[in-house]
Design a protein around this ligand. Structure first.
Ligand code: NAI
Ligand code: MG
Length: 365
């Protein structure tokens, strides 16, 4: 079956790191994988060409592919644009219209970088956990909201609201992922103080019992979960949680692994007719205007995002493993882009050299 990819490289270092992903895709095509790749504009690049950060035509193309690969959007050139045409709006429109409700943020620690972590080496070396954050509901979206007046003072209101179906669909995403990993899910909420937390817990239990009894399920209060993530992160495989807790817990877990230049992500929606989920893969970092155009951006976050696409959109787990292992190999050899630091055992390389080294490591595996 062909695998259709739409590449939206975006702004700043986006096109630089995406060029290395294109090489990785070409490598996989040479191995016989049937990727069909198209390219389009998003963010400031789309604004420059069309006066909007995402055209309707691009939106339509994104709906028609198996996976969208996005670089990064934004930059100082666009900081003073009207809110409605800011580069970020392009990304938000993609997420919203594709209804990408499950945000996947892995925290993966490569052995060669374990000393970069804020934690002790043995707590994080080999760490591979996945936080699934509900992305389209909860307290960031609930109504009523706003700042109003009550008597003599102002009051700020946000509403934490989840429907049963919103919880069930993100729970399914987490269970599906767990089956492609170590088959364990830990659900986090605060049912001790929140009614929506009680519902969250109960719906996750129901979905588990009815559809995913083969997956090991546990529950943890989200505050205790935060403690456990920094105390003993390797106890987890997949963590599923709501929008607010997921925002905090995923940033916290990300710092276990070191540089922003290493962190991939995915946003998944409902399964399409071919069974593959709607999907957008992107590095966690932004367009890094401070280093754009200098050929020194770290392409690994973007390359690992493609590894996630291999695993979660196309069920190519072995290929994803091999790509991740190739990244591990070049790091073990001592290659480092500047963001990863330097010592006497490492060699500083640029974006393209890092990409080429990963291809060579793929050849060798
Ligand atoms: P940023 O992630 O672009 O950069 C933060 C710092 O990390 C910078 O010092 C940068 O050089 C470094 N960095 C980031 N990615 C790197 C990589 N791959 N290799 C080496 N170093 C890397 O965040 P910042 O500076 O807050 O935002 C810059 C622009 O990016 C803004 O316009 C912002 O709105 C946009 N942005 C876009 C995102 C997206 O497209 N999803 C996410 C975050 C920010
Ligand atoms: Mg955040």
């Amino acid at each position: 079956m062909t695998m259709k990819l739409l590449i939206l490289a975006g702004d700043g270092i986006g096109p630089e790191v995406m060029a290395e992903v294109v090489k990785v895709i070409e490598w996989h095509k040479r191995q016989g994988l049937d990727f069909v790749v198209s390219h389009d504009l998003v963010g400031g690049a789309a604004y420059d060409a069309h006066g909007t950060p995402l055209t309707d035509a691009t939106m339509e193309r994104a709906q028609g592919v198996d996976a969208v690969l996005l670089g990064a959007v934004g930059g100082p050139k666009y900081d003073n644009l009207d809110f409605s045409v800011k580069p970020e709006r392009g990304l938000l429109r993609l997420r919203k219209e594709m209804d990408l409700y499950a945000n996947l943020r892995p925290a993966q620690c490569f052995d060669a970088l374990a000393d970069h972590s804020s934690l002790k080496r043995d707590l994080v070396a080999g760490l591979d956990i996945m936080i699934v954050r509900e992305l389209t509901s909860g307290v960031y979206f609930g109504e009523p909201r706003g700042v109003s007046r009550e008597g003599n003072e102002r009051v700020g209101i946000n509403t934490h609201r989840y429907t049963e179906s919103e919880i069930a669909r993100v729970a399914r995403s987490a269970f599906e992922l767990a089956r492609k990993r170590s088959n364990r899910v830990c659900s986090m909420e605060k049912r001790n103080v929140m009614e929506a937390g009680i519902l969250w817990h109960d719906v996750v239990e129901e979905v588990h019992k009815a559809e995913y009894a083969d997956v090991e399920l546990s529950h943890m209060l989200a505050d205790a979960g935060a403690m456990q993530i920094v105390r003993a992160p390797k106890q987890f495989d997949v963590i599923v949680t709501d929008n607010l807790f997921g925002d905090l817990l995923s940033d916290c877990a990300a710092m276990l692994t070191g540089s922003l230049g290493m962190l991939p992500s995915a946003s998944l929606g409902a399964p399409m007719e071919n069974g593959r989920p709607k999907a957008l893969y992107e590095p966690v970092h932004g367009s890094a205007p401070d280093i754009a155009g200098q050929g020194k951006a770290n392409p690994i976050a973007c390359i690992l995002s493609f590894a996630m696409a291999l695993r979660y959109s196309f069920d190519l787990g072995a290929e994803a493993d091999r790509l991740e292992a190739a990244v591990e190999d070049v790091l073990a050899e001592g290659l480092r882009t500047p963001d990863l630091g330097q010592d006497e055992d490492t060699r500083s390389v640029g974006t393209q050299e890092m990409g080429d080294a990963i291809l060579k490591a793929l050849d060798a595996r």
